[in-house]
Ligand binder design. Structure first.
Ligand SMILES: Cc1ncc(C[n+]2csc(CCOP(=O)(O)OP(=O)(O)O)c2C)c(N)n1
Ligand code: SF4
Ligand SMILES: [Mg+2]
Length: 348
């Protein structure tokens, strides 16, 4: 008896028929072992698994080793490498011109918390719908390893210089200023980082992810507080991060009461299993307090600290036309001469 032929074995594809290779970028020129490379790999995995159309993504960045990384993932997407610390204003302009695109911004701790702090604050405050990633190594990697504003007090450079200024916690700032999805992860925590990125793709509003990403060349030695070893010894997850995308059947295999189940914009579910009995990721004040207490006790907390799925995003608040401003024909964006003449007459 003839047996039915097996379906042809081809490369694995995602729900829009693309292979993982369709999400890759050029070969990295960063140092081997740099945490930033691992983050690029997770972005590729998350975008592939979520079935995001690469051409619908705009990759934005500033200046730094971290800001170079958009070249190393999603070569088919749009990309803009801006001036140091100025990515937020460029990203805001680009998204307002075309709010149907999805935006992912890659910054560094120097790019964000030093030169770019003012721009960062206003982006968070507006709840612009984008994913903003800080690849946080506590130093200016590109300019040979000076302390950045996220370095802990007492952290030591290879040269022996000790940092005596208090760090800026970008997660506390983001919660306080108005971002609606705020978390911290570690480049070495594959599962947590992947789930956080997938949930970030499904969220509508500003996502701030501060990802500890060791600089193996300038800040991975004894005395560093952003090294692989230090993170392995001090990372403490506040919530276990689970994610069920909208296109997968939602199982009910979780214990109500032991986890927060947050429905995201596209119907996906973010499941935050409580590792601390009383932690509520929808309470802004609790998030700030928990993060401040962690500084006092020397813990490096990871997980999703705060989420709000109700607040309107900046593009919703502006009530933009459905057709992106960038593609509206001139006759719709430019009033005719007669109307302009009338306005001039009125204000004589
Ligand atoms: C206006 C301006 N000032 C200073 C510099 C020099 N500079 C380039 S990258 C950088 C810091 C990068 O640090 P970070 O953002 O943490 O990125 P990393 O290299 O650590 O990933 C500085 C100060 C610059 N390029 N432009
Ligand atoms: S200098 Fe540091 S941050 Fe820059 S590529 Fe090398 S390891 Fe990464
Ligand atoms: Mg840095």
């Amino acid at each position: 008896m003839a047996t039915a032929p097996l379906p042809p074995k081809g490369p694995r594809t995602n729900r829009i028929g693309l292979q993982v290779i369709d999400y890759r970028g050029s070969k990295t020129t960063l140092c081997a072992g740099c945490g930033h490379n691992v983050i690029s790999e997770r972005i590729v995995d998350a975008m592939y698994e979520m079935g995001v159309q690469p051409e619908r993504i705009m990759k934005m960045s500033g200046i730094g080793c971290s800001s170079k990384t958009p070249a190393y993932f999603m070569a088919r997407s749009h990309s803009f490498n801006s001036v140091h610390g100025r990515m937020p204003s460029v990203a805001t302009g680009a998204l307002l011109a075309n709010h149907t695109m999805k935006s992912i911004g890659i910054s560094g701790d120097g790019d964000t918390a030093s030169i770019g702090l003012g721009q960062f604050a206003h982006l968070m405050r507006r709840n612009l719908p984008m994913i903003y990633i800080i690849e946080d190594n506590g130093v200016y990697g590109l300019t040979k390893g000076q302390f950045s504003a996220t370095a802990e007090v007492g952290a030591k450079l290879k040269t022996g210089v000790i940092n005596d200024l208090p760090p800026i916690d970008t997660c506390i700032l983001a919660v306080e200023l108005g971002a609606t999805f705020v978390g911290r992860s570690f480049s070495g925590d594959k599962k947590q980082l992947l789930n956080m990125l997938k949930a970030a793709i499904a969220h509508n509003g500003t996502v701030l992810l501060d990802i500890i990403s060791p600089c193996v060349t300038f800040n991975d030695h004894e005395g560093s507080t952003k090294s692989y070893k230090f993170m392995q010894e001090h990372e403490e997850a506040i919530t276990e991060v689970g994610f069920v995308p909208s296109f997968e059947e939602i199982d009910v295999d979780y214990e109500a009461g032991s986890s927060y189940n947050v429905q995201l914009h596209d119907g996906s579910q973010l499941r935050l299993s409580k590792l601390r009995e009383d932690y509520n990721p929808t309470d802004r004040i609790a998030a700030v307090k928990t993060l401040m207490e962690a500084h006092r006790s020397g813990e490096i907390l990871t997980g999703v600290f705060y989420i709000d799925t109700q607040k309107a995003s900046f593009t919703e608040m502006l009530n933009l036309t459905e057709t992106p401003l960038a593609t509206l024909p001139e006759r719709r964006v430019r009033p005719p001469k007669a109307v302009l003449d009338e306005v001039m007459q009125q204000h004589r």
